[in-house]
Design a protein around this ligand. Structure first.
Ligand SMILES: Cc1cc2nc3c(=O)[nH]c(=O)nc-3n(C[C@H](O)[C@H](O)[C@H](O)COP(=O)(O)O)c2cc1C
Length: 375
């Protein structure tokens, strides 16, 4: 009998699926609707000490690829397929005092669903570490079941915030330590994928006391230029700055980061994020060893909180378990991590022994014209 429940960082989950920190979780009404739709948990939009002001224009747009021509554009048009989201939105524009009574009410109404509060402060001086602690105390006293530290927003101006913390192992470690010194609930840390050495940051974060790592946040990206107007497809007064890309395009990228993490720390807990819109993609993360999966872009495009997405995730997981009942699988733990060790160095991949070696490419490999394969 399929059992979707699980435990992650000691917290019981009705199912391993959460809404990620993003617009779907930026308000009390959205979060209540999300729980009503069946999400096992939510991670709130990132909460800071001070209100932020977003740019004077659209914060998020969606990149779609033409079915026929392959043009990728933010322009809405028929016969196109979602490729990615692009956003330059900052953290919640509501300060922590606005959030506290709302977290309390949500937790009171949904005691069996998991409420994770995402928080962010700076890391430049002692005052900033106190901000991390103030935020931690406020959200855990309001009833948050866990805290997720945002070390990964790719478009913060300050050098001691967001992805700038996630790229610096020392800041990762000391910021986590500051939170752990006062935390009474599990602490998850959301690392940036915009680094060549995520295992180093993860190691420092675990050394700081983290209970789990979430990955990935969005990947740094620019919008495209409209070939007719020569303007960036998203801009304010003609200007643009790098933002973050999410959605289907980042699934393989994020999985590569996750494979590095779960292989380096097979006994640790990981929450997989990036490009999940249904069961098939969640399965990718679970097979690499993740214990929960989070969703942002797909939920934004599905009635703002993803009722159809969560249905596909839960029904897909139940059907998957039923299909594999003959192997004795009834729950996530039975197949979690099953493909983690199949990711190996290129040199460990078998070469054909009975044909000439062409630098790893067959004569008629896709993408190579006949006769041009490097010898
Ligand atoms: C519009 C938008 C706002 C976001 N805001 C936050 C945020 O405040 N804090 C955070 O940790 N991640 C934020 N994210 C990142 C998402 O939580 C998620 O990590 C990322 O979008 C990849 O998941 P996806 O492919 O399901 O979108 C945001 C993403 C989007 C699209």
């Amino acid at each position: 009998m399929a059992d979707l429940s699980t435990r992650f960082t000691g917290i019981p989950f009705a199912n391993p699926f959460l809404l990620a920190s993003a617009p779907p979780t930026e308000s009390e009404s959205n979060i209540e609707r999300a729980f009503d739709a069946g999400w096992g948990g939510v991670v709130t939009k990132t909460i800071g000490m001070h209100p932020v002001v977003n740019v004077a224009g659209p914060r998020t747009k969606f990149l779609r690829s033409d079915a026929a021509g392959g043009r990728v554009s933010m322009a809405k048009r028929p016969d196109s397929t979602l490729m990615a989201s692009w956003n330059w939105e900052l953290i919640s524009d509501k300060p922590v005092d606005w959030w506290v009574p709302r977290l309390e009410r949500i937790k009171r109404n949904w005691p069996d669903r998991v409420l994770v509060a995402s928080i962010m402060a700076g890391s430049g001086d002692d005052k900033e570490f106190e901000h991390w602690q103030t935020l931690t105390r406020a959200v855990q006293e309001a009833g948050a079941d866990a805290i997720e530290l945002n070390f990964s927003c790719p478009h913060m101006d300050r050098v001691d915030m967001g992805a700038n913390v996630g790229k610096d192992p020392v800041l990762c470690s000391v910021s986590t330590q500051a939170v752990k010194a006062v935390a009474t609930v599990p602490v998850w840390v959301k690392l940036t994928p915009a680094t060549a050495k995520i295992v180093d940051e993860a190691e420092a974060t675990f050394r700081g006391g983290a209970d789990a790592i979430s990955s990935s946040n969005t990947f740094p990206a620019l919008p495209l230029v409209d070939p007719d107007t020569l303007e960036f497809e998203i801009n304010v007064d003609g200007l643009v700055s790098p933002g973050g890309m999410g959605g289907p395009a980042i699934l393989p990228l994020s999985l590569a980061k996750m494979a590095e993490l779960t292989q380096a720390f097979p006994d640790r807990e990981f929450s997989g994020i990036g490009g999940v819109s249904g069961w098939a993609q969640a399965l990718d993360y679970f097979l690499l060893g993740c214990g929960t999966v989070q969703v942002a872009t797909a939920a934004m495009l599905d009635h703002a909180i993803g009722p159809n997405v969560i249905r596909d995730l839960t029904e897909g997981m139940a059907a998957f378990l039923d299909r594999h009942a003959d192997r004795g699988w009834t729950r996530l733990e039975d197949f979690r991590g099953l493909r983690r060790d199949r990711v190996v160095a290129q040199s460990e991949i078998r070469r054909p022994v009975d044909v000439d070696y062409h630098g790893g490419h067959e004569e008629e490999a896709e993408g190579y014209a006949r006769g041009t394969v490097p010898a």
